[in-house]
Design a protein around this ligand. Structure first.
Ligand SMILES: Cc1ncc(COP(=O)(O)O)c(C=O)c1O
Length: 453
């Protein structure tokens, strides 16, 4: 039934905006149980083709893509310098770092943009405050206080072009102050490391273990880390390490940079609060809509200790005079109306189903693997006991049509092997199939033959 509906959407017989019949009605017409129809609609929702709204039924919101082409390869901050295999032959791209782009809330965005354009004055379209639109700064301060325990007044928020620009501004400021030694996590985001280096500071890898960054090894002027869901291992910084890290910062006038890149995606428990809430004078907090809406928005926020703010604002002004006005106002409206929160609730449910399908598939097809980092985010880590390098394991997976990242790609120094699997972009049945392929590729390490496809 899902296939039939999917084909109808692909061919245009069911157009974007079309409302699907009530489940009871269609079940009656087709002579199937209502559960079958509910399941089929849910599958379309999971695939990002349809959306359900209480009282408004299920509506088609997008047409399916047959397959991503090489030029569509999902990029992330990390991809530029990674040795990705050729896209031909990859049926399942499980690269981490990208959300489900088909879930972008187009209708809500359009509605909000129209309302904003109706309401703004001509002056709102002039050069604005380089720190961002006051409305958005106020909405973000409130939102981040409520959801992440961040302590900030609206004026403390600088609207930036994503976490990437927050890192650039901070790097420039640290460099100018002669505080150029910056600890980064190992394994960690290679993109973030390259970017810091580009802006003149020296990223120095510090190990990550089962409790997160090994704070006892810090000797630098600043540390950039992902405490809530370490990228890419998924480890949460332990309470003892959080305390030690804050003590490290206060004892030597050092800066902690908290990259809260996937804060919105928590599944099994209340999210760990942001570190910034426990040390607003020590922590510069950065986040963005890249994992909640889409990375192409290039829209994020930086909340830095007050002593750094004037210099960061000057750096932001000198870089680009400030973010574009209209998307800032639209995001402010989405936050104010609750549409942003509703969108997050929807995608969180969908992500959880995808994560569960991948975990279940791995349990079935790779029963000896251990799966970690699953409580949050859009990716998880798989470790298998093997004396083969994770790079070779990832090559085998690619030979079976599944692109995964070997942990080594994100490491500076050698360490135990691992595979990073992003699950956000695929519906549950595709993830089950990807797990099966991985099982075929990895469970018999002696075999390198490709399956017929
Ligand atoms: C750990 C980490 N930090 C930062 C970024 C960049 O985020 P943004 O798109 O907000 O610049 C990414 C993107 O993949 C990431 O994985």
């Amino acid at each position: 039934m899902t296939d039939g509906l999917r084909a109808a959407v692909a061919s245009g017989r069911l157009r974007t905006g079309a409302r699907l019949p009530a489940t009871r009605l269609l079940a009656g017409e087709l002579g199937v149980s209502r559960g079958v129809v509910v399941d089929a609609y849910q599958r379309l929702i999971d695939e990002g083709l349809a959306a359900a709204r209480t009282g408004a039924g299920t509506t088609i919101i997008a047409r399916p893509r047959v397959r991503d082409s090489a030029s569509d390869r999902r990029r992330s901050l990390d991809t530029l310098r990674l040795p990705l295999p050729p896209a031909d032959g990859i049926d399942f791209d499980l690269s981490p770092g990208v959300p489900d782009l088909s879930a972008f809330p187009r209708t809500a965005w359009l509605r909000a943009e129209r309302a904003v354009l109706d309401g703004i004055t001509a002056a709102d379209l002039g050069y604005g405050d380089p720190g961002g639109a006051p409305w958005l700064r106020a909405e973000l301060a409130g939102w981040l206080a409520r959801t992440r325990g961040v302590r900030a007044e609206p004026d403390d928020v600088i609207v930036v072009g994503g976490v990437a620009q927050a890192l650039a501004l901070l790097a420039r400021t640290l460099h100018a102050a002669g505080r150029s030694r910056v600890a980064v996590e190992d394994p960690g985001s290679r993109g973030a490391r390259d970017q810091l280096a580009h802006w003149g500071v020296r990223p120095e890898p510090v190990p990550v273990d089962a409790e997160g960054l090994v704070v006892g090894e810090l000797t630098q002027d600043a540390a950039v880390l992902t405490p809530a869901h370490q990228y890419p291992t998924g480890v949460v910084l332990s309470p003892a390490r959080r305390r030690a890290l804050l003590a490290w910062a206060t004892s030597g006038d050092r800066l902690i940079v908290e990259d809260d890149y996937d804060a919105e995606h928590r599944y099994d428990r209340a999210p760990v609060a942001a570190l910034q809430g426990s040390g607003p004078d020590e922590v510069a907090y950065a986040g963005s809509v890249s994992k909640s809406l889409a990375p192409g928005m290039r829209l994020g926020w930086l909340i830095a200790p007050r002593r750094l703010q004037a210099e960061l604002l000057t750096a932001k002004h000198d870089s680009d005079l400030g973010n574009p006005a209209l998307p800032q106002l639209v995001l402010a409206r989405l936050l104010a109306t609750g549409d942003y929160e509703r969108h997050l609730r929807t995608v969180r449910g969908r992500q959880r189903r995808r994560r569960d399908a991948l975990i279940e598939g791995l349990r079935r097809h790779l029963p000896d693997a251990s799966v970690t980092g699953v409580a949050a985010g859009l990716h998880l880590m798989v470790t298998v006991s093997s004396d083969i390098s994770d790079i070779s394991l990832a090559e085998r997976a690619a030979g079976h049509g599944v692109l995964v990242h070997p942990l080594s790609w994100h490491r500076h120094r050698p360490g135990p092997p691992g595979l990073i699997l992003g699950y956000a972009a695929h519906p549950p049945d595709r993830l089950t199939e990807a797990a099966k392929r991985l099982g075929e590729a990895l469970s018999r390490p002696g075999q390198l033959s490709r399956p017929g496809r």
